[in-house]
Write a protein that binds this ligand. Structure first.
Ligand code: CA
Length: 335
């Protein structure tokens, strides 16, 4: 499991200054027998101090994080830093260049493949490198996501519940420093469960947060500023960029995601007509929308009803829907 990574880089993580190179992921194909996939990586270091790992493009069709990290990588100078920042704005690069959630090379969903494999497909190799080479260098981890093409997502930061009380407190402190308008503690089940990047960081006791900042494979200006402001606040709060400009957070509201119990899944294939928006408060029994049967024109549409109170965290973005698609997920205030 912990065999050596085949990925290499020209970056020396112990060298001061700003270095830009790639995680060079070996990939032998018809087009390039001895080639490698260039996953962009920037290391900004200045002396001893904590290390932050900042990643985006884990899913290729989620853009606020990718642009936030490109901006920060250009803007932050070694003189700003006390310690080290490692930035990967396009972590699953083959997915990023094709605008897809998963890699076109091996259908790899990077955020479902942790802890990865040294000799797996390119996506599993990337996960393995993050797990075995980058995590041991890191004191905090931020992995920026958005809704992507299939979700309309209310902008939030999220963290796992923690393995124990100390882990929970560390994740909570990181969410507070990031200061998104809403901070969601996930249930630990559902979604990617233990196979995500932030869950893998949790397993190693590294405080980690993720985000969901926008919708539908486009760019939300609000989501972008939540990402940039939040990272600047974190870097300052953890002493990594003590003098950097960071807008004060207006405060964060702690929430809990409901996972399966607070979700509506499509009971059949059809055309989804939502009746509520992201961020909207919901009461148990409220109508969520309709599912129209395009193959049975005179059939009454199926009525979708919420089974619990909450606030809409995300909803399905495309109208065309198949049985099993997640149509809504709710969050609630922490007790
Ligand atoms: Ca994602």
């Amino acid at each position: 499991m912990s065999s050596a990574s085949r990925i290499w880089t020209s970056i020396d993580f112990d060298q001061d200054g700003k270095q830009s190179d790639y995680m060079r992921v070996p990939y032998s194909s018809d087009k390039s027998a001895y080639g490698w996939i260039p996953v962009p990586m920037i290391c900004i270091r200045n002396g001893n101090g904590p290390t932050a790992l900042l990643t985006a493009g884990n899913h290729g069709d989620e853009y606020e994080g990718q642009i936030a990290l490109l901006n920060l990588a250009r803007q932050i100078t070694p003189e700003d830093v006390r310690g080290r920042i490692i930035i990967l704005p396009a972590l699953n690069y083959p997915a990023v260049v094709t605008g897809r959630r998963v890699s076109p090379l091996d259908d790899g969903n990077l955020n479902r493949l942790f802890p990865g494999e040294a000799n797996g497909g390119p996506t599993a190799m990337i996960a393995h490198y993050v797990e075995n080479v980058l995590f041991p260098l890191c004191d905090i981890v931020i992995d920026l996501h958005s809704g992507g093409k299939s979700l309309d997502h209310y902008p939030v930061a999220l963290a796992r519940p923690g393995l124990d009380a100390a882990g929970a407190a560390k994740n909570r402190a990181l969410l507070e420093a990031f200061g998104a308008p809403y901070s969601v503690v996930t249930s630990g089940e559902g979604g990617g469960a233990g196979t995500t990047l932030y869950a893998a960081a949790e397993q190693r006791g590294i405080p980690a947060l993720t985000t969901e900042l926008g919708s539908g494979g486009t760019l939300s200006a609000r989501g972008l500023s939540i990402a940039e402001d939040g990272i600047r606040r974190v870097l300052k709060a953890y002493g990594i960029t003590p003098k950097i400009q960071a807008v004060a957070s207006p405060g964060t509201r702690f929430m809990r995601s409901l996972s399966r119990g607070g979700s509506i899944y499509a009971p059949k294939t059809g055309l989804f007509e939502p009746h509520v928006e992201c961020g909207e408060p919901i009461l148990n029994g409220q109508k969520a929308g309709l599912l129209h049967a395009f193959d049975t024109p005179l059939a009454e549409p199926t009525s979708l009803v919420f089974g619990t109170d909450g606030i809409v965290l995300c909803r399905r973005f495309p109208t065309l829907t198949e049985r099993g698609d997640c149509l809504f997920l709710l969050m609630v205030d922490e007790d």
